[in-house]
Design a protein around this ligand. Structure first.
Ligand code: G1P
Length: 308
């Protein structure tokens, strides 16, 4: 049974500056929940109740978010704010949170290696905080079940456009009889479009055996002079193919500013308490934008607006 998850949360969040100057990027809210809460809830839904944060200096508030806060709880209880109280206390029950420091930013592979002692020989999931998978889909559950069925490392894959290929680890795959399931025979970290064996990109969900740690210890720095998880997985894939599962749910890269905004709008639109009003407003907003965009200029010609 897979019970453990490792969440690398040591990054500086430079892609999200200035918002992340004083606030860890994992605490930026998507609607009313910090991004990290979506990940820990995803773990809990998949039965992973032991969550290890790989952190760095200035990230202690991440653990606080999942801790009990007796002062706040007492204040909410005395005011009869039961709904708010449930929102706060429920967080501590999602999972047992552990943490370990990554002293230097030496790469994703190095961050995962920091979990070796806590994880031991167990299989575990890795969830990257920039990737939010729509909470309505049991995708991580499927990955865990696939690992339990095959005994192989399982990696989430997504088809990306050519322009995006150099941003991801890219897989060489063979088809299987199972829908959206592949055998991965090779991987390459952030190739050029010409070097890339496919358009199937790794997105930030992995279910790995404890044996990955021994491989990571022997993995030299790769792209960007960092120890790459992709390179260690490549070593495993050369011994025996890994399993790739194509994500069949919306996925957002919230480290990207537009990705963050679209995640916020989509997640709010799905919420029964916010969705109907938000969608009604969006329709009015878009109609107004169309009206302005189609506006007639001083010369009487239709204003074409920006061409991009
Ligand atoms: C990491 C991995 C890369 C993967 C990506 C998914 O890169 O190294 O293989 O495709 O996450 O988001 P990063 O985005 O941290 O540079």
């Amino acid at each position: 049974m897979v019970r453990k998850a490792l969440l690398p949360v040591a990054g500086l969040g430079t892609r999200s500056l200035p918002a992340t100057k004083a606030v860890p990027k994992e605490l930026l809210p998507l609607v009313d929940k910090p991004a990290i809460q979506y990940l820990v809830e995803e773990c809990a839904r998949a039965g992973l109740d032991d969550v290890l944060f790989v952190t760095s200096a200035g990230k202690a508030t991440l653990e606080d978010h999942f801790d009990r806060l007796p002062g706040l709880e007492a204040a909410l209880a005395s005011k009869g704010k039961d709904e708010e109280l449930a929102l706060v206390t429920g967080l501590a029950d999602l999972a047992t949170i552990h943490s370990v420091r990554q002293p230097e930013p030496l790469g994703l592979g190095h961050a995962v290696l920091m979990g070796a002692e806590h994880i031991g020989d167990d299989s575990f999931a890795v969830l990257l905080g920039d990737d939010i998978v729509d909470p309505g889909t049991p995708f991580l559950e499927r990955m865990v079940a696939t690992h339990e069925r095959t005994g192989r490392p399982v990696i989430a894959l997504m088809e990306v456009e050519d322009e995006a290929v150099p941003l991801y680890g890219i897989a060489t795959v063979e088809a299987t009889d199972v829908d959206d399931e592949f055998l991965i025979t090779d991987l390459v970290e952030k190739p050029t479009v010409h070097e890339a064996p496919s358009n199937l990109a790794i997105i930030g969900r992995y279910v790995l055996p404890g044996s990955i740690f021994a491989v990571l210890r022997d993995t030299p720095p790769g792209r960007g002079d960092e120890i790459q998880l992709t390179d260690a997985l490549r070593t495993l894939a050369h011994d025996e193919p890994l399993v790739g599962i194509r994500v069949d749910a919306p996925r957002y890269d919230i480290g990207d500013k537009l990705g963050f905004v679209t995640a916020t709008v989509s997640l709010a639109a799905e919420r029964p308490d916010l969705g109907p009003d938000l969608l009604a407003w969006l329709r009015r907003f878009l109609a107004e934008q169309d009206r302005i965009g189609a506006g007639v200029g001083m010369s009487g010609e239709r204003d074409q607006g920006p061409t991009t």
